[in-house]
Design a protein around this ligand. Sequence first.
Ligand code: AMP
Length: 429
Amino acid sequence: MTFNSLDLIEPIIKAVDQQGYKAPTPIQEQSIPLILEGKDILGCAQTGTGKTAAFSIPIIQLLENSVKPTAKRKRIRGLIVTPTRELAIQIGESFEAYGRFTSLKHTVIYGGVKQIKQVARIKAGVDVLVATPGRLLDLMDQKLLSIRDVEMFVLDEADRMLDMGFIHDIKRLLKVLPKQRQSLFFSATMPPNIMKLADSILNNPEKVSVAPVSSTVDIIEQYVYFVDKPNKSFLLQDLLKDEKIDSVLVFTRTKHGADKVVRHLKKKNIRAEAIHGNKSQNARQNALNNFKDKTTRVLVATDIAARGIDVDRLKYVINFDLPNISETYVHRIGRTGRAGREGISYSFCDAIEKEYLRDIEKLIKKKLTLIDGHDFPLMDHDPPKPQQQQGQRNKSSKKTAVTSKKEGAAKKPKRKFYAKKGVRKKGAI
Ligand code: AMP
């Protein structure tokens, strides 16, 4: 199937062409015709499947086709609500990309920054507003914007929205939104509380869904290195000698760990930046922009900060630490291999993390490919667990991150961890 067969207007076809997309993704193929017919949608899809274009393209088409040339003032006719600032900005970029040859105006609002510029753009008139819930309600309370003319409403990443405690905000919005509207609801998972919320928003919806998280990982090549914790930075540095890895997202378990990796790489003149919760919104956005435009080669992120990050053509992900929650691994590597593209992930696994590796392999129902014969093989097969060091043994301690003492050790890698330069397996990296 091609975009031409989706009955799209010329300005959109031109814009999609400019993006270099050859064919619609499955979620786009399913959703676009239904949305153009005016149907409500219950979509089960995660980021990385092309779901943003699946809703923004038909919204642009329907709103562009119903612009009244006589209307003096633009009203907000499309509203997209999404949980995080990063996602809001990314959705805004989609409206920019797919709507650039139409007459529609859009803007993006989110908290954590001054409202003045956002308000000025809304006052100048927008057809489509992309918003996080808090800032949206705040500006509504101040009577600086109205959602009474909304014809198309999207609730994006609904499950994450509830996880983040936005349920009351959403209920408040629903009270003000016009009853007569088209609604599109997207969520990566559909547990009962999400279905209940969907029921309260949608009118006789069509269901669309694409492969669940665990099957999309099949297209990603997944490798694992066994390595001692203090040697992980050196292994990373070594891996980055490969110039093919020109842009890579590295995950660490902690903010402190992310900063430490960045410090190590910078000392070796490798362009790296961290993105985590201790950084200001602006610093996070700048780091993301630098990564997207390739000024920064390595973006080091914690899981929370990396949620929803969408970087075009990201091929490499490195798990500097293995997560103790297997689903997190799937989300992490899902940053690559997007929309059917090639993706490669490398995981660094120390002795303590072998247990997490087993859980991950059980979840994804396959074994990660082991890279052996590298320069930093695992030597310390039985490092003391932090709790044991403190004389505490309890069941939950098994899954706690390795901290303090071991991290202290990481500052000064002991020579004994270095293996003699071995022969790296051919074609390994
Ligand atoms: P999303 O699921 O909306 O986060 O999109 C994931 C990525 O897929 C984004 O980087 C889009 O630019 C890209 N994308 C969306 N639609 C297509 C398509 N039809 N062909 C190729 N890439 C696409």
